[in-house]
Design a protein around this ligand. Structure first.
Ligand code: LLP
Length: 410
């Protein structure tokens, strides 16, 4: 939903220069209609009777965005008690909340049970014991799946691979059937399905298919033992187009490949995060100072690695563009932040037009894992967030103040 109207870059119908004036920078800006479009693509591909889509809310947990997704029928994929709390507050139906994570605490398990979530995705035998014991004390039955590590290594950054042998995630592939047989004997759990999530920013459907084929083998073996698995949870992980020309599969292509792997009576859960919110959000930043040093051109901006950690943590590429059309000469530029670390950059060696001091840049496709992974490092206050719908831009999170920095200190 980014486009130029004459010389101005707009998100939906709103000029980014107007947002900068109204809300200041740096700031995260989201397109409501892009979020809806992305979600609808999943929903349409899945169909209404074959299961449901759980937004992976770790990608972006702003309450207004969660509320929007809950309102159009999304479920939620959560990874902590805090996320379950946010999702309930935002109006998600608990019967569409799933909960994964290798380290669920007793408090979190108790909270999830009390909240009557749809299911736990269990990642170890000891976690199964813990859930069974807590459910027993609470006199409830916990609905569960096991997250199985299918030992599939998708082609993506090593920090965001989860389905490979030797990672901490899920039940080891060779122990999968044993996990179900152990759970069958537990009084306080009800087995609902099976889960796997192999990684993130995956552009190759073959990895998803291979994982599904390996999961199918487990489903068959488990069902031979009289345990019915109603839901196949395929996790998230579909990538987005960060760089122009990157080939990105869409949800219908993914499902077309995965559905035939399983029997027709199976229901599915998908847990997309990045592919729902990634290209719907962008970070608007201002050029504070410019300098040439060591023969290199630097733009020093008001956003640092605390606001967007992806470039330095994953060597991630986000396109950076001026919000005004210009014919100025392009030079190789590093776009950096104000923090005293050489890892504090937004983009390196970018061909950018020479822009005046005080000009603005848009760091695109930062809706997923942008604001969500930001921190107050260097005692920098968290950014405001703005949601655009047509010609309206509404503040959905205030810029934090210095007082916020001290909020919980004693
Ligand atoms: N389900 C589970 C169990 C997950 O662990 C994740 C993400 C998802 C779903 C959503 O995956 P997505 O559709 O967003 O790829 N911070 C990293 C990405 C970490 C992904 C963690 N798990 C980044 O900025 O690239």
């Amino acid at each position: 939903m980014l486009h130029f109207k004459k010389n101005d870059l707009c998100i939906e119908q709103v000029k980014l220069s107007d947002i900068a004036k109204q809300y200041g920078t740096s700031a995260y800006i989201y397109s409501k209609n892009q979020i809806i479009k992305n979600f609808e693509a999943y929903r349409k591909a899945l169909g209404s009777k074959r299961g449901f889509i759980c937004f992976a809310c770790k990608t972006n947990s702003n309450g207004a965005i969660l509320k929007l997704l809950a309102g159009i029928g999304a479920g939620a994929d959560t990874t902590s008690g805090g996320e379950i709390y946010r999702c309930l507050k935002a109006g998600f139906n608990p019967s569409k909340i799933v909960y994964a994570g290798v380290g669920k605490t007793s408090e979190e398990i108790e909270y999830a049970l009390k909240s009557k979530i749809f299911m736990f995705n269990i990642e170890s035998f000891e976690e199964l014991d813990a859930i069974d014991n807590i459910a027993d004390k609470m006199k409830v039955k916990a609905k569960i799946s096991f997250r199985i590590n299918p030992y599939v290594n998708p082609d993506t950054h090593s920090y965001i691979v989860t389905g490979k042998k030797g990672t901490k995630f899920g039940i080891p592939y060779e122990d999968a059937v044993k996990a179900y047989l152990t759970a069958k004997k537990k009084k306080n759990v009800a087995i609902v399905g099976i889960h796997s999530h192999i990684g993130s920013q995956i552009l190759n459907i073959a990895s998803f298919k291979l994982a599904a084929q390996k999961i199918k083998k487990i489903v068959d073996a488990v069902e031979k033992n009289g345990i019915k698995l109603e839901y196949i949870n395929c996790g998230g992980g579909l990538g987005i187009e960060y760089e122009e020309g990157q080939k990105v599969p869409d949800p219908s292509q993914l499902m077309l490949e995965l559905f035939p792997v399983f029997d027709k009576d199976k229901k599915f859960i998908f847990e997309p995060g990045r592919s729902i919110i990634g290209n719907a959000g962008h970070m608007l930043i201002k050029i504070l100072y410019r300098k040439i040093s060591g023969g290199k051109s630097f733009l020093i901006t008001d956003a640092g690695m605390n606001d967007l950690i992806r470039p330095t943590l994953y060597e991630a590429y986000h396109e950076i563009m001026p919000i005004k059309k210009t014919n100025a000469k392009k030079v190789k530029t590093d776009v950096v932040g104000p923090i005293c670390e050489s890892g504090d950059f937004i983009g390196k060696d970018r061909m950018l037009p020479i822009i005046e001091q005080g000009g603005y840049l848009l760091v695109t496709c930062t809706g997923a894992y942008g604001a969500a992974m930001s921190s107050e490092y260097n005692s920098r206050t968290l950014l405001p967030e703005v949601l655009v719908d047509g010609d309206k831009a509404v503040l959905i999170r205030k810029r934090a103040s210095y007082k916020n920095l001290l909020l919980n200190e004693i």
